[in-house]
Design a binder for this molecule. Structure first.
Ligand code: 5GP
Length: 215
């Protein structure tokens, strides 16, 4: 029976400070062979230690807008004064190779992806409570008070959109959360909408058996 060779597009969102970056790193450390991580393009300035082409492709507004105009992004959004977007070619190539691709993006982008790729899997990562979120943001030590306040305000806004996601993962214990995401992906791959070729194949065979029996 033919199986669907296409990978699945996994969107991971979460409040800034929810630890989704660390969670994705842990997932890749444990199951790297099963996933590819898309590197986004952004106009935000790099944080200390961030490298161009690794955490992000860092660029300016002019180049970003030019990439939008050339249809080079599958989605983009403005977040706390900066542009963030997903380069198209990498995602399309990996999916057609049968790989699962992870996009670590915010909610506006996630909704655009769901619209464009209805069979994508949307996972929302949250800390156990709001106090913990604030503590993690402050503990990071890389952002000014103003930026932290704007990210908390944004989190309050984003909390309204959580119901659009397929699953919610409470990121309390890193290893467990990474395994939970891995299991959710495995389950999602078994859904009939993501096994179209298999369903089509078995349906055709059953129809031909039924036809043969009638003749
Ligand atoms: P940060 O500045 O903390 O790296 O990212 C800010 C927010 O932008 C995070 O919620 C992150 O997931 C999101 N983000 C990163 N890349 C993209 C992208 O390509 N598209 C969208 N829509 N959001 C992104």
């Amino acid at each position: 029976m033919k199986e669907n060779k296409k990978g699945i597009l996994i969107v991971i969102s979460g409040f800034s400070g929810a630890g989704k970056g660390t969670l994705v790193k842990e997932l890749l450390r444990r199951h790297g062979e099963d996933y590819c991580l898309s590197v986004s393009m952004t106009t935000r300035t790099p944080r200390p230690g961030e490298r161009d082409g690794v955490e992000y492709f860092f660029t300016d507004r002019e180049h970003f807008e030019d990439t939008i105009a050339r249809d080079g992004l599958i989605e983009y959004a403005s977040y706390c004064g900066n542009y963030y977007g997903t380069p198209k070619a990498y995602v399309e190539e990996r999916l057609s190779e049968g790989r699962n691709v992870i996009l670590e993006i915010e909610i506006q982008g996630a909704l655009k992806i769901k619209d464009r790729f209805p069979e994508s899997l949307l996972i929302f990562v949250t800390p156990p409570n709001a106090e913990e979120l604030k503590r993690r943001l402050e503990g990071r030590g890389t952002e000014s008070e103003e930026v932290i306040a704007s990210r908390l305000a944004r989190a309050a806004e984003e909390s309204k959109g959580v119901e659009f996601y397929d699953y919610l993962v409470v990121n309390d214990k890193l290893e467990e959360s990474a395994e939970e995401v891995h299991h959710l992906v495995a389950a999602a791959r078994r859904a009939p909408v993501r096994r179209e070729e298999f369903v089509k194949g078995i349906r055709e065979e059953l129809h031909s058996f039924a036809k043969g029996a009638q003749e």
